[in-house]
Design a protein around this ligand. Sequence first.
Ligand code: AMP
Length: 144
Amino acid sequence: MLRVLHLLAEKGKLMQVWTIEATQSVLDAVRLMAEKHIGALPVMQGEQLIGIITERDYARKIILHGKSSADTQVQEIMTTEVLTVRPDDTVHFCMQMMTEKRFRHMPVMDHDKLIGMISIGDLVKAVIDEQQQTIAQLERYIAG
Ligand code: AMP
């Protein structure tokens, strides 16, 4: 069964987890997301995960309210109740959580340590890859 640790291995051992601090500006966060081609940033206080900020927070809490991203701190718009997963959680479980809670990103925690991020895109890719392998196996079986 496909698990989060398999996804992280696929993304590469040296995959960097980009993070931001609560007192940085939202503009800093948006710049970092654009630069690294990512849609969410875990918010850290030292080694501790204290929130998450995503492009949607920017769209809904800054743009829609006509606020300035340069004058707003990350902590003013971040979500503080962060749902995380563990390396041994299944891809199926993660998809269920993301669908139920309507978000597209989840930090991966090994005990209290942030070790990665997974997105809905990573999950969909993993499921498609797994299904393609199954189809290839069945085709080989049918062809004898
Ligand atoms: P997203 O679809 O990931 O852009 O996120 C939609 C909303 O859910 C935003 O307000 C995020 O801050 C929040 N959010 C995203 N990921 C998580 C998570 N893992 N735990 C809690 N909230 C989250």
